[in-house]
Design a binder for this molecule. Structure first.
Ligand SMILES: Nc1ncnc2c1ncn2[C@@H]1O[C@H](COP(=O)(O)OP(=O)(O)OP(=O)(O)O)[C@@H](O)[C@H]1O
Ligand SMILES: [Mg+2]
Length: 247
């Protein structure tokens, strides 16, 4: 049995007196794309925030790469090999594309190595290279998302965690971002993503977890969940459900 790269067991998290996660279990194995789906307020972002220390677990354990990170402070997380792309395409609007990427590599003290990391991201996202001197705030939404992803790659993370990477993007950019996520997987990276766009997320995920009211509801291979009528009805708005009588 291979050990999970990220292993979440019995996670309980609260904001003050309000508990929002009630014993969530999740595993992410090396090389997988794993999706977390579920309605607004189900606790998807909170799972991610617990992993990266922004919403510390009240109970349960979180293990990454064999190390207990349950009580790890957020500022230790990047150096451990976890890249984080927050919800809402957060970029430094008044800084250039290039400086935004540099900010993702603040831990690399060696200038030459930091440059190498910037060039590696530019090689992967030629569009960012074209706009390297442009202020991030003047990029389109899809380009800003690309930049946020690129910045999370600067420290060459084993695991990339993305919160709603396609939210608010035009269909063209949604396609592009999802293609890039598949590209990251092909490079051997491991991805954990929260997605409202559950149908698309399940199509490209190896496995997925559907959360409801802070608990695991459905778990399985992306394709299995996509084929599950209950999942379709509850999370995909009846997406692709065919009835026998329909013409
Ligand atoms: N900082 C906070 N303080 C208090 N309550 C919070 C905080 N962040 C989230 N919550 C609450 O925790 C619950 C879960 O929120 P969370 O953001 O994890 O949901 P989500 O599944 O990511 O939803 P969405 O799809 O809307 O992003 C919600 O009821 C939310 O109001
Ligand atoms: Mg969220």
């Amino acid at each position: 049995m291979s050990q999970a790269l990220l292993d979440i067991r019995g996670l309980e998290t609260a904001y003050g007196a309000v508990q929002v996660l009630f014993g969530v279990d999740m595993e992410v194995h090396a090389g997988e794309i794993v999706a977390i789906i579920g309605p607004n307020g189900a606790g998807k972002s909170t799972v991610i925030k617990s992993v990266i220390g922004l919403a510390p677990a009240r109970a349960g354990t979180i293990t990454f790469n064999g190390r207990d990170i349950t009580r790890e402070a957020p500022h230790h997380i990047p150096a451990l090999g976890i890249g984080y792309v927050p919800q809402g395409r957060i970029v430094f609007a008044r800084m250039t594309v290039e400086d935004n990427l540099e900010m993702g590599a603040f831990l690399i003290k060696d200038n030459a190595k930091r440059r190498q990391a910037v060039e590696a991201v530019f090689a992967q996202f030629p569009r960012l290279h074209e706009r390297r001197s442009q202020l991030a705030g003047s990029l389109s939404g899809g380009e800003q998302q690309m930049l946020a992803i690129g910045r999370a790659l600067m420290l060459d993370p084993k695991l990339v965690i993305l919160d709603e990477p396609s939210l608010g993007l035009s269909p063209k950019y949604v396609d592009l971002i999802f293609e890039q996520l598949v590209g990251l997987k092909k490079q051997g990276r491991t991805l954990l993503m929260v997605e409202q766009n559950a149908a698309r997320a399940l199509e490209l995920s190896d496995r997925a977890y559907a959360l409801e009211l802070g608990r695991n509801r459905f778990t399985g291979k992306g394709a299995e969940l996509l084929a599950n009528p209950d999942v379709r009805r509850m999370y995909l708005g009846g997406y692709g459900v065919r009835t026998g009588s329909a013409g």
